[in-house]
Ligand binder design. Structure first.
Ligand SMILES: Cc1ncc(COP(=O)(O)O)c(C=O)c1O
Length: 407
C-alpha cells in the first residue's frame, strides 16, 4: 500500500468544529433548538452591488480562463488599497488573487517550507493552520502562546521578543502571525508587532501575516499590517480575504502579497498549478467590493461590536465564564476554568457537551492549540437574538454555581 498524504499524523487529526457541528445537528434533528455560536461565518448577505457586479460580468462573457495571478484590473486596485489602507508598497506582479485566504495560506506555506523545516505559529491560532502546514511535505509547526498575554498586556514587547528568540530552532523558517486574531479577538499594536519584526530580521525569518479580519475592529482599535514596518516588505507574505469584510465566504476570493523574490513561485507556479486562478466574474465583483460603497462593511462591524457587548453584559454577575474583551474579529475566547472540574481536554469536552444540552454550541479551546484546555470560543457571527438567548441560558446555569465537580 503506498503511503497516502492523509497518513500524515497532522492531516488525520479530527476537526473539533466538525464534531461540534455534527452533535448540534443531531440535536436539531431530534427537534431541539440550538444556538450556533460555534461557526466563524458572517450571517449577513453579500452586499447587493457586489452580487450585481458578478451577474453583469458573467453576462458580459467574463467566463474564460483567467490570468492565474488575478486580473490586472483587480491586482492594480489591490495595490492601491494596500498602499492606502495597509501602508504596504508593492507591485501588481507581487499580488496573487487566490481562492480565499485559505488558498493564499496554502500557497504561502508551500512556497516557503521544505522538508525538515518548521513554522512557529503564535497561538491560539485558527484551527486550519496545522493542516495547511502539514500539506507541505516534511514540514512541521510548533505553537508559541502569545495573544492572550499580549492582549492583556501582561508581557512587554521586549519580553515577548525574548520568548520568541528562545522558541526558535535551527529549522525554524518563519513565524505565522494573525491580527486581529481568531479566536481571541486580540489586535496587536505597532510596538508588539515591532518586537516580532526585530526577531524576524535578526534571525532572517519569513513572516506569514494573516490579516483576514483587518476591517473588524472595535472601540477604535487600529489594525497595523506587519509588512508596513521597516525591514518587513522583503520577508512578509501578507494574506487577505474578502470573506469576512464583505460577507463573501462562498465566493472564494482573497489575495496574498509577497516579496519580489517569490515572484516566480506564487502566481506562475503555485496558483497556476493549483486552481489556475479565480473565476474572472468573481474578480470583477471583488473589484466592485473594493471600489464601491463601504457602508455595508461598517454596518457589519458595528453589529459585531454590539453583539460583543450583549454577550459580555449578558454574562455579567457570574464567575464561571470570563471573557477578555475582544477588540477585533468576531469571536470571544472565554476562560471557563471556573466551570471545569479539571484542566484537561476530557473535562473541556464534557463542558462543551453540557452546553450543547443547554442548546448552546461553542468550540473547545483545544481546537486553537493544545494548551487551551480551559477555554471555549464563542462566535459573534450569529443573530443578536441568539447571542442574547445563549448568554441568558448560560447565565441561568452558572449564576451562583460552584465549579463543576466541586459538589
Ligand atoms: C484567521 C483566518 N485566516 C484565514 C481564514 C480564511 O478564510 P477564507 O478562506 O474564507 O478567506 C479564516 C477563516 O475563518 C481565518 O479565521
Amino acid at each position: 500500500m503506498p503511503q497516502l498524504i492523509a497518513d500524515r499524523a497532522v492531516l488525520r487529526m479530527t476537526s473539533e468544529l466538525g464534531q461540534v457541528m455534527a452533535a448540534a445537528c443531531a440535536r436539531e434533528l431530534a427537534g431541539e433548538r440550538v444556538l450556533h455560536l460555534e461557526r466563524g461565518e458572517p450571517d449577513f448577505g453579500t452586499p447587493p452591488h457586489i452580487v450585481e457586479a458578478l451577474s453583469t460580468a458573467a453576462r458580459a462573457g467574463e467566463t474564460h480562463y483567467p490570468d492565474a495571478r488575478g486580473t490586472i484590473q483587480l491586482r492594480e486596485a489591490l495595490v492601491e488599497k494596500l498602499t492606502r489602507e495597509n501602508g504596504i508598497a508593492c507591485h501588481p506582479d507581487d499580488v496573487v488573487v487566490t481562492a480565499g485566504g485559505t488558498h493564499a495560506l496554502f500557497l504561502a506555506f508551500q512556497g516557503l517550507l521544505s522538508g525538515g523545516e518548521e513554522v512557529l505559529v503564535l497561538s491560539p491560532h485558527w484551527m486550519a493552520i496545522p493542516k495547511l502546514v502539514g500539506f507541505a511535505h516534511g514540514a512541521s509547526y510548533r505553537t508559541l502562546p502569545a495573544y492572550l498575554e499580549l492582549g492583556a498586556e501582561s508581557i512587554t514587547p521586549a519580553d515577548f521578543a525574548a520568548r520568541l528568540r528562545d522558541a526558535l530552532r535551527p529549522g525554524t523558517r518563519g513565524i505565522y502571525v494573525n491580527t486581529p486574531n481568531n479566536p481571541t479577538g486580540v489586535v496587536l499594536s505597532w510596538t508588539q508587532l515591532e518586537a516580532i519584526t526585530q526577531v524576524a530580521i535578526e534571525r532572517d525569518l519569513w513572516v506569514i501575516s494573516d490579516e483576514a479580519y483587518e476591517h473588524l475592529l472595535f472601540d477604535g482599535a487600529k489594525h497595523v499590517s506587519l509588512a508596513s514596518l521597516p525591514g518587513m516588505p522583503e520577508r512578509t507574505l501578507s494574506v487577505f480575504t474578502f470573506s469576512k469584510s464583505y460577507a463573501m465566504t462562498g465566493w472564494r476570493v482573497g489575495y496574498v502579497v509577497s516579496p519580489p523574490a517569490l515572484r516566480p513561485v506564487m502566481g506562475p507556479l503555485l496558483s497556476f498549478y493549483t486552481t489556475h486562478g479565480v473565476f474572472p466574474s468573481v474578480q470583477s465583483a471583488a473589484l466592485a467590493a473594493l471600489r464601491g460603497p463601504q457602508d455595508a462593511v461598517e454596518t457589519m462591524r458595528r453589529a459585531y461590536q454590539e453583539r460583543r457587548d450583549l454577550l459580555i453584559s449578558g454574562l455579567e454577575g457570574q464567575s464561571a465564564i470570563r471573557i477578555p474583551r475582544p477588540l477585533g474579529a468576531f469571536y470571544a475566547f472565554a476562560d471557563v476554568s471556573g466551570a471545569l472540574a479539571a484542566r484537561n481536554s476530557e473535562a473541556l469536552w464534557a463542558l462543551v457537551h453540557d452546553w450543547l444540552s443547554l442548546g448552546v454550541a461553542v468550540l473547545p479551546g483545544i481546537a486553537f492549540g493544545p494548551e487551551y484546555v480551559d477555554r471555549v470560543r464563542l462566535s459573534l457571527a450569529t443573530r443578536r437574538e441568539d447571542i442574547t438567548e445563549a448568554a441568558r441560558r448560560l447565565q441561568t446555569q452558572f449564576a451562583g454555581a460552584a465549579p463543576r465537580g466541586s459538589r
